[in-house]
Design a protein around this ligand. Structure first.
Ligand code: ZN
Length: 450
């Protein structure tokens, strides 16, 4: 890990935002004035274990909700900013954010449609094939996906004749799935909904949740619900970003208000165990900068054996220090260093009269841009394939969003790839920028010009 310990004691300046241009930085109660990670803070309760002692993981200052894209008339109004402060529980090592904004508010009109990423849709096709084969799913099985989005995944099960049900809290996104012929229930998942679904028609032989575990404010209710909905010999798979990859890959921009939890394998295993679920297998995936796919079954399901990969990953995390609080505390200084490097590049490029634009308008881009204080003074505009975002502005930074064709009109010197996890796909789609000498800039894990 490239943590620069020398920055920890800093120069007496506040821990973050040395160059940020005023986001209304009111109140950062958790940050010591000398930049030293403060001692354990009493008060906030761990959303898993109920512990009240925790330490700073990283403080990204104040930021708007990363999916609140603005229309032209909205950019003249006040905009809410919330703390983006992640802490780690001293008892269970769960890295988490307080629920600064209710999930209800965040997800009621979500702009993220999974199907706009080709590689993600392909990822789910491979997943479907693997699950159908490994667990013998057929027309008499029931697949349930929690946070099924626009049906990007369940469409593959439906195509293969496996009955599927989606659960999705955002009504506008669920409507798209229904149009594709995928039964979808508009609701938040938890104990109550699980019990209701069991009463209405049975349990799930395959229960799927991709990139939802991190989004759940009431973690214990959610996992308890999974336990209720899972059939006796059913399999539960969950994919979520792996904390070890977040730290090693310096992926601080994947921290946003919508992500309440950041899991190591050791901690997620502890969470599932507390609810009577055993993780019997785990895979490491490249998606979202490095994710885990865990496989769970009921504790008393004797048809599953715990595979070797479980012990091996557990051992690796413990060896890497994931049961020591210092490991978590080294992340903040590493993030500050990354911010300084990106700003150095942008200041130099603009001083030389170069045009810099963005590619993509993902949530992670908004965390990055707001934390670093990057607005149209550095990045003229960004582009996105999702037509719902065209004509809108990024939250906080007010950078305008256009269709990708715009790049071929203005011929910029640099294209900053905000969804760096899709770097290969994007640089292939946009390779023609080389015709005028354009270069791609990737901000994470280290600034790279390619
Ligand atoms: Zn805890």
């Amino acid at each position: 890990m490239a943590s620069d310990i020398s920055t920890r004691n800093g120069n007496g300046a506040p821990q973050s935002h040395p160059v940020s241009t005023g986001n209304g930085h009111a109140g950062q109660p958790h940050v010591a004035a000398n930049g030293v990670a403060p001692a354990a803070v009493e008060g906030d309760v761990c959303r898993f274990c109920g512990g009240t002692r925790h330490r700073t993981f990283v403080d990204l200052g104040m930021s708007p909700l990363c999916e609140s894209f603005l229309s032209r008339d909205q950019i003249d109004r006040m905009e809410p900013f919330y703390p983006l402060f992640a802490f780690v529980c001293e008892s269970c090592f769960l890295v988490q954010l307080k629920e600064y904004v209710t999930a209800d508010h965040i997800f009621s009109d979500y702009a993220y449609f999974s199907s706009y990423s080709d590689s993600w849709v392909e990822h789910t096709r491979r997943y479907t094939d693997a699950m159908v084969e490994r667990f013998d799913l057929n027309a008499s099985s029931q697949v349930v996906e929690v946070a099924s989005n626009d049906g990007y995944l369940l469409q593959h099960f439906v195509e293969r004749g496996v009955p599927a049900l989606g659960i999705e809290p955002a009504a506008n996104v669920a409507a798209v799935a229904r149009d594709k012929g995928i039964p979808t229930r508009v609701a938040f998942f938890g104990r109550e909904l699980a019990a209701q679904l069991v009463e209405e028609g049975g349990r799930a032989d395959l229960l799927v949740g991709n990139n939802v575990l991190a989004h759940v404010p009431d973690l214990n209710s959610f996992v308890a619900g999974l336990k209720i909905l899972l059939s006796d010999t059913g399999v539960l798979t969950m994919e979520f970003p792996h904390l070890q990859r977040l730290i090693d890959g310096n992926q601080f921009d994947t921290i946003y208000h919508e992500h309440f939890c950041y899991f190591s394998f050791r901690t997620v295993r502890q969470v599932f165990a507390a609810h009577g679920l055993t993780l019997f297998d785990v895979e490491e995936l490249p998606s979202h900068g490095g994710s885990l796919r865990v496989y769970a079954a009921h504790d008393d399901d004797r048809s599953k054996q715990v595979g070797l990969r479980v012990e091996s990953l557990l051992r690796r995390e413990i060896d890497a220090g994931y049961e020591r609080i210092e490991t978590y505390q080294s992340f903040g200084p590493q993030v500050e260093q990354t911010k300084r490097r990106l700003l150095e590049f942008l200041i130099t490029a603009r001083a030389e009269g170069k045009q810099v634009v963005g590619y993509g308008a993902p949530g992670k881009g908004n965390t990055l841009l707001n934390y670093c204080g990057i607005r149209t003074d550095f990045v003229d505009y960004t582009v996105d394939r999702n037509p719902n975002k065209h004509g809108k502005y990024l939250p906080g930074t007010h950078i305008p969003i256009y269709a990708p064709e715009r790049i071929f009109e203005t011929k910029p010197d640099y294209v900053l790839i905000l969804p760096w996890n899709l770097q290969r796909e994007i640089s292939e789609q946009m390779k023609d920028i080389r015709q005028w000498g354009g270069r791609f800039v990737v901000p994470i894990p280290e600034l790279a010009i390619v």
